[in-house]
Design a binder for this molecule. Structure first.
Ligand code: ADP
Length: 741
């Protein structure tokens, strides 16, 4: 059973009454709290003209019957003061009234009103019959209502589920709006329904979905002046509103043309609900039906529910559109700034971010203040932010940015030009520039506040949730950029300092080398002269000198020679870095043979046996390799000590990408305490008398390390010494551009 079946019940009731007394007329009124009275639900024989659709509660004979819950017979209703004057004027000859309450177990559902000719009032039997019809009607109406209600609830729930399902599936707001319009019309059995969108700036309503047969004036895309029609009332009052006839409703404003064109329409009952999203009215849902229809509470609730769905659909579509364009723009921006953040200053970087933020949020004024020395200093601005943020420094807590810094929370302000928290200089500038809304976002790095982003608009609307999210994204983007720039600065600063130090060191070393070279060179000439003259003196005047004198001269000569050696060593040392010769394949066996020949005197004097073990070729500057082995070999001989059978082993082992060379002796050995000392220049151990300068091992170390190798000694006092060094293989070749393997 549904609404239609209720109607059938009512038709049957009125038909039964009519057949009981064909000369009478009857009108069945139902209690209707929504309509505020007794609504006309069925009539028989009662002319249309002069009908009152709703008899307000408290008025007329209907009310007396309902109130007293008893049948009422009035012989001449024209004279009864309780009757509504003129109500029955349409049937002046039927002046005898008989009314019976429709009583469903104590609940008055309505009243049966009948009018008879005064000559033939209802007999007692007839009254009893009418009473029975009323009782039957009560049961039938109650059942029909209960069933209809249940039925309707089911359908409403299904329809709502359908719409929200569509909402979840489609993001096309127009499609969903159409679905809502169709559903709600169907559900409320209305002749038509419409969905309007409010135009943001112009106060107009535009139809975006139309369902049912409506006058062409109501087609899709038709624009209505703001506030007109019942939809206008719904938008203005933000309430669900209904009227049985919008032409006679005092609240409804209609432009004269529209009013005239709507006069002939038969469906002038309207139910309208505003579309509200986040407290903003964005349109209206309007349902039209037969003039006189009174929309009930449940129907109003249903309209509201559907209006909410439609509003949500529009909102979602809007958010989607905004977020996808914004997303694209944001990504483009991020791409650009990511590249720029390495080379831009923080200030210009923030200026760029401010600009993009301003363009996206339709603001002409965006700026950053960064925390410096406990104050908020303008750093990066766009639009007229320079004029507006005319106080360069703000204290924490001062003005709106100061409040954001203090609380660490976003702040959205509606009437910025009149906000007492804004400092007067800013307020004046804001007023002059016509700004209305203000949004402040804290800029935080790892929870620590580093600044405040502020955005101003001239818009009337508040910043939306979406705007807030965008602003927050820019604030964190700024935070990242600031951090990046700082890191970049720190790193490049450190690198530059290191670079500087390295260059300085290199220069100093080069200076030292060239100093050593020139000093040694310059010293060499007079030394050669001293040595030569000492020789001449000894030779030509030796006979004139006594033994002592000759000894002094010999010592002079020896010291001069020692000094010459020293100078030679120093020269060799200073030359290592700037060897002009190119590397070559050096055969170690040949090289050691050559050295043995050179040192033959020393070797023989000491009776040292030299053994060459495994040998491989070395790639490098021949003179340098010679110098290394020459120094190590002569040391091994020099420091052979008292050993009866001194011996030296020389070898080179292939260790993959490097060669390990060694020179091992069974001489006096070196206390491990001095193992690193001996490689330093002028460091000699005074254990045995041996000619030397203390430069030899320094030269060896420098040559080995310059080639990319490493040198170390394994020894203990009295246990002989083993000097090892590594010599790169391929690396040395590649560096020298020599033949590959
Ligand atoms: P020097 O001109 O004195 O030989 P070096 O730099 O070649 O200078 O050697 C530094 C010191 O290391 C030497 O004075 C010596 O005390 C010690 N030394 C070098 N080679 C050996 C070795 N094979 N056995 C023992 N001591 C050595």
């Amino acid at each position: 059973m549904n609404e239609i079946e209720l109607e059938t019940v009512l038709t049957q009731v009125t038909a039964a009454l009519r057949s009981l007394r064909p000369d009478a007329v009857c009108a069945l009124r139902l209690v209707d709290p929504d309509a505020g009275g007794y609504r006309l639900a069925g009539t028989e024989g009662f002319p249309a003209a002069g009908r009152i659709l709703v008899v307000p509660f408290g008025e007329g004979l209907t009310h007396v019957v309902a109130e007293t819950r008893r049948p009422l017979l009035v012989e001449n209703n024209q004279r009864d003061p309780r009757a509504i004057p003129g109500h029955w004027s349409a049937v002046p000859e039927l002046t005898t009234y008989y009314g019976v309450p429709i009583d469903a177990a104590g609940e008055i559902l309505g009243v049966i009103n009948m009018n008879f000719p005064p000559s033939t009032p209802p007999t007692a039997d007839e009254q009893a019959s009418i009473g029975m019809v009323a009782t039957q009607a009560a049961v039938a109406i109650r059942n029909a209502r209960l069933l209809a209600e249940r039925d309707e609830r089911c359908r409403a729930a299904e329809a709502l589920a359908d719409v929200s399902g569509a909402l979840a599936q489609s993001l096309d707001a127009d499609v969903i709006a159409q679905r809502v319009a169709d559903m709600v019309r169907h559900l409320l059995r209305a002749s038509g329904s419409l969905i309007f969108r409010s135009r943001p700036d112009a106060e107009e309503l535009v139809t975006v979905a139309v369902s049912g047969e409506l006058a062409p004036d109501f087609g899709r895309g038709v624009v209505f002046p703001g506030g007109s029609g019942l939809a206008g009332v719904a938008v203005r009052t933000r309430q669900v509103v209904a009227t049985p006839d919008f032409l006679t409703d005092a609240r409804v404003v209609l432009p004269p043309d529209l009013r005239r064109s709507l006069e002939p329409a038969a469906d002038r009952a309207v139910l309208a609900a505003p579309l509200i999203v986040q407290d903003r009215v964005i349109g209206a849902l309007s349902i039209r039906d037969q003039t006189g229809r009174v929309f009930r509470d449940r129907e109003r609730a249903l309209a509201r529910a559907f209006a909410d769905q439609a509003a949500l659909a529009f909102h979602n579509a809007q958010v989607l559109k905004e977020s996808s364009t914004r997303q694209a723009q944001l990504e483009a921006l991020l791409e650009v700034t990511r590249e720029l953040s390495a080379i831009q200053s923080v200030e210009s970087l923030l200026g760029m971010i401010a600009e993009t933020c301003g363009r996206l949020l339709d603001s002409g004024s965006v700026g950053f203040r960064l925390l410096a020395d406990g104050e908020l200093v303008v750093t990066g601005k766009w639009g007229d932010a320079g004029t507006i943020m005319n106080t360069r420094r703000l204290k924490i807590g001062e003005s709106l940015s100061g409040i954001v810094a203090l609380t660490g929370e976003p702040l959205s302000v509606t009437d910025i030009a009149n906000d007492p928290r804004v400092i007067p200089a800013h307020r004046e500038a804001l007023r002059r520039a016509g700004y209305k809304r203000w949004l402040g976002m804290p800029v935080k790095i790892g929870g620590r506040l580093v600044g405040v982003l502020s955005i101003r608009t001239r818009r009337d609307q508040d910043f939306s949730e979406g705007d807030l999210a965008i602003a927050a994204a820019f604030a964190s983007h700024a935070a990242i950029s600031i951090e990046n720039a700082r890191l970049y600065e720190a790193i490049t600063g450190k690198n530059a300092r290191l670079q500087e130090q390295a260059t300085e060191l290199e220069a100093k070393n080069a200076e030292l080398d060239s100093f050593a070279y020139s000093v040694s060179h310059d010293l060499k000439a007079p030394l050669v002269t001293i040595e030569g003259l000492a020789g001449v003196l000894l030779e030509d005047y030796g006979s004139q000198l006594d033994e002592r004198g000759a000894h002094y001269l010999q010592r002079l000569q020896a010291n001069a020679r020692q000094m010459e050696r020293l100078i030679g060593d120093l020269l060799a040392l200073s030359r290592i870095g700037r060897e002009a010769r190119s590397p070559e394949e050096v055969n170690l066996a040949d090289l050691v043979d050559g050295l043995q020949a050179e040192l033959a005197g020393l070797i023989q004097a000491r009776g040292v046996k030299i053994n060459i073990r495994e040998v491989v070729d070395l790639w490098g500057i021949r003179t340098q390799i010679e110098q290394v082995f020459s120094n190590l070999l002569s040391n091994a001989i020099k420091y052979a000590g008292e050993n009866a059978s001194p011996s030296v082993e020389i070898g080179a082992i292939d260790r993959g990408d490097l060669i390990e060379c060694y020179v091992r002796d069974n001489g006096i050995g070196i206390d491990p305490a001095y193992h690193s000392k001996i490689f330093e220049i002028f460091q000699r151990l005074k254990e045995v008398e041996a000619e030397g300068t203390g430069v030899g091992l320094a030269i060896v170390k420098r040559i080995v390390e310059a080639a990319g190798g490493r040198i170390w000694v394994e020894s203990a006092k009295g246990q002989g010494a083993a000097f090892y060094f590594t010599w790169p293989k391929s690396g040395a070749k590649e560096r020298a551009g020599g033949p590959g393997e």
